[in-house]
Every structure is written in structure tokens, then in C-alpha cells.
Ligand binder design. Structure first.
Ligand code: GRF
Length: 204
């Protein structure tokens, strides 16, 4: 099977990017291969991770664009330049609009640190603590023009402990993110996912 070319969008630390690179190194991402990384912020750790793995990286700085549509168009051009089949948002902290997403239906996925539809948007772990939930987790979902609203591909649950802080909960959720995201990307690349409306089925 021809490799599925994956471009990863990042904004910061890039531990989810690292989980994809590590999975590729062991063969667990196959038939997907990470061909490029794009950050909306210069100087972030995720760019160092890309360099260490020998993966080309670009910066499309949102601050250099007057509006969201111009940023999205520039981002889309870089994604096309990498010849991407699949775009993975891994700690990418910008909401994408139809300008970016047009024609990429079911080819853009995001990892979010909650059991969606609970706690969309920023600081999901803080939202979980504020609501007093006993279980939270993470979700891989297709990206649409809403905020963390696309069809759900995979989820993993994580317990919330009485002594948790935002940081300790974030760390426990990240362990599951790093397992869930590469598995979902491999499933998508291998054609093991079938979507009907909002429901995504995994066939072995
Ligand atoms: C992760 O929790 C991800 O789900 C969220 O932002 C965090 C970024 O982590 N969107 P990293 O940059 O992959 O380390």
C-alpha cells in the first residue's frame, strides 16, 4: 500500500507529534508517514522534535496575517506543498475555518484532552476539575469548522483523582493521548474507518 502522507500541525510542546514520530519509528503508524510539520509559532519545542527526527518543518505565523482567512489560506498552501493526504492537529491551538477545510472532509483530525462533547475549547482539564467529574479522557475526532465538534473517531477514559491538579490530570490524560492518536492515524491511513454521518465505525 502506498504510504499515506501526514502533515502535523503544532503550536507548542509537541509531545503528541513525538508520539506519532515514535510510532512511525517502530512501524506502528504504517501505512502513514509523517512528511512535514507546520507550526503557527516560531521557536517551539515541537519544531526541535521535527528537526531531531529529520522531518521538514515550516512556520506559518498567525501574527503575520491580518485575518483568519489569510492565515488559513497560507496554511493550506503549505499543507498542499507537502503533498498531504492527511492533516493531524496535535496541540494546534487555532480554530480552522472553511478556507482551510474546503475539500479536506474526513482528512483532518484533532486530538482533544476531554471526552467530547464535554469540555471543548481551551483548558479542558481545568473545566473537568471545575465540574467535579470523576472520569475524563481524550478524543480523536474529525475536524469541522466548529470548536471540537467533528465526528468522534476514538476515545480513552482517564480517572480524575481527589488530589488532582490541572497539571497532574493533564499528565495522566497525555499518556492516553500518546497511545490513542497514533492508533487512530494508522487506522485512518489503513482504511479501517468508515463514517456514516456522525458515527465512525472501525473495521478490523
Ligand atoms: C494536548 O493535551 C492536546 O490534546 C491539546 O494540547 C495539548 C498539547 O500537547 N490540544 P502537545 O503539544 O502535543 O505536547
Amino acid at each position: 500500500m502506498a504510504p499515506t502522507r501526514v502533515v502535523v500541525l503544532v503550536s507548542g510542546g509537541g509531545t503528541n507529534l513525538q508520539s506519532l514520530l515514535d510510532a512511525e519509528a517502530t512501524g506502528a503508524l504504517s501505512p502513514a508517514t509523517v512528511v512535514g510539520v507546520i507550526s503557527n509559532r516560531p521557536g517551539v519545542r515541537a519544531l526541535e522534535r521535527a528537526a531531531a527526527a529529520g522531518v521538514p518543518a515550516r512556520v506559518v505565523d498567525h501574527r503575520e496575517h491580518a485575518d483568519r482567512s489569510s492565515f488559513d489560506a497560507a496554511l493550506r498552501r503549505e499543507v498542499e506543498a507537502f503533498g498531504a493526504h492527511l492533516v493531524v492537529l496535535a496541540g494546534f491551538m487555532r480554530v480552522l475555518t472553511a478556507t482551510f477545510l474546503a475539500g479536506l472532509e474526513d482528512r483532518v483530525v484533532n486530538i482533544h484532552p476531554s471526552l467530547l462533547p464535554a469540555f471543548p475549547g481551551v483548558r479542558a482539564q481545568s473545566q473537568a476539575l471545575q465540574h467535579g467529574v470523576k472520569v475524563t479522557g481524550c478524543t480523536v475526532h474529525f475536524v469541522d469548522a466548529g470548536l471540537d465538534t467533528g465526528a468522534i473517531i476514538a476515545q480513552a477514559a482517564v480517572p480524575v483523582l481527589d488530589e488532582d491538579t490541572e497539571e497532574s490530570l493533564q499528565a495522566r490524560v497525555l499518556v492516553e493521548e500518546h497511545r490513542l492518536l497514533p492508533a487512530a492515524v494508522a487506522d485512518l491511513a489503513a482504511g479501517r474507518l468508515r463514517r456514516e454521518g456522525r458515527r465512525v465505525y472501525r473495521q478490523p
